[in-house]
Ligand binder design. Structure first.
Ligand SMILES: [Zn+2]
Length: 129
């Protein structure tokens, strides 16, 4: 009963911090549209760490631990999803680094990096000025 009560308070504080805290604060410079979400994510991670600690020192029952952990993980998943919505992964990821074993001019491939192409004789590395 005491544990359940303590857990309830912990959850209350957590929800307060997660929910009200970020909304009531005056918006600072909009550094990034996902910043408040990133902060929320960090707090959830912190909550998970605290939870793990309390569980390890025996403050929480297995059941309470699993339930709270699941709640935090659910919250975390929703925050991650929101971050993904706001900040979609770049459509074009950075192109893979040119294969040093492949000639950029004639595309001939070699088993090891070469300075000059064995096929066309041009330098294998472009823009190496
Ligand atoms: Zn070549």
């Amino acid at each position: 009963m005491i544990i359940a009560g303590a857990l309830l308070i912990l959850l209350g504080v957590l929800l307060f911090v997660l929910g009200v805290g970020s909304k009531d604060l005056p918006e600072p410079e909009p550094v990034s549209p996902t910043q408040h979400l990133e902060e929320r994510k960090a707090r959830i991670y912190e909550g998970l760490r605290d939870l793990q600690f309390e569980y390890r020192v025996g403050k929480l029952s297995d059941e309470d631990y699993q339930r709270t952990k699941l709640e935090l993980q659910t919250e975390l998943a929703s925050v991650m999803a929101q971050i993904d919505t706001i900040q979609p992964k770049p459509a074009k990821p950075t192109p893979p680094k040119a294969n040093p074993n492949q000639c950029p001019h004639c595309n001939a491939r070699f088993p090891q990096p070469l300075k000059f192409c064995g096929e066309c004789g041009k330098p294998m590395q472009e823009a190496q000025a």
